[in-house]
Design a protein around this ligand. Structure first.
Ligand code: URA
Length: 236
């Protein structure tokens, strides 16, 4: 998305003439989860508003990240153990194995922070991706993925699932690390990116707060919220 703006006006129009699926088509995909929570809808409306300033926008991204963490961890496995309350023994539970979250830099940082508020001991694996202009291959310009992996699940987080390119690349990289279970977590998806990600990685769960209408010619999601990185970090 380098060199473009939500309003357009740049030389490259990456989506011009490319057919896009409808919302109805992607809603039939089996492992796609779109939030129906009223608190999410409330926060999303504040987030989308163009008058929401960066500090409040970043705070909302964290809060939405926490809500998405809660919704997306519903099926995690537990281990039981016996604990003592002040009154007697009882059976307690803890999450089985570690959990990882991979923010795709830089826009994924706020979502990962929100995720940590729900699961504070999550491992955070930062991943910076850019695309080689000539080979079109994903290049890792920053990678803090550990070599030894013993985790139940890793969530790749990036707020805007637009063309799906970075999400597909990030999941490919995580798969090469041998993670047994992977999920993607985002704020807004376009039908095009959601379809591409689900087709490239049919074995992962995809969680988003809302599904929008389409991508504009510049590859921005509409109605969307503009540039999620710029709005979090005030770099307009
Ligand atoms: N990235 C963004 O930040 N916004 C979009 O609409 C699409 C990609």
């Amino acid at each position: 998305m380098l060199g473009t703006s939500p309003q357009g006006g740049k030389s490259k129009l990456p989506m011009q003439g490319i057919p896009q699926p409808s919302r109805e088509e992607v809603l039939k995909l089996p492992r796609v989860h779109i939030s129906t929570h009223p608190v999410m809808a409330h926060k999303m409306t504040l987030l989308r508003n163009k008058n929401t300033p960066p500090p409040q926008f970043y705070q909302l991204v964290k809060e939405i990240g926490a809500l998405l963490a809660y919704e997306s961890t519903e099926t995690l496995s537990l281990e039981s153990s016996t604990i003592e309350t002040p009154l007697q023994s009882t059976t307690g539970y803890r999450l089985a194995g570690g959990i990882g979250v991979t923010p795709i830099l830089r826009a994924g940082l706020g979502l990962a922070e929100g995720f940590r508020q729900v699961i504070p001991d999550v491992q955070v694996w930062h991943l910076g991706l850019r695309r080689d202009e000539e080979t079109l291959q994903a290049m890792e310009y920053y990678n803090r993925l550990p070599h030894q992996v013993d985790l139940q699940v890793v969530y790749a987080v990036d707020p805007m699932l637009a063309t799906g390119g970075s999400a597909i690349d990030a999941i490919n990289i995580l798969k090469r690390r041998g993670i047994p279970r992977l999920s993607y977590l985002g704020i807004i998806a376009a039908p095009y990116g959601l379809m591409r990600l689900a087709q490239a990685h049919p074995d992962i769960d995809i969680y988003v707060a809302e599904l929008d209408e389409a991508l504009n010619d510049n590859g921005y999601i509409i109605p969307g919220l503009g540039d999620a990185g710029d709005r979090q970090f005030g770099t307009f």
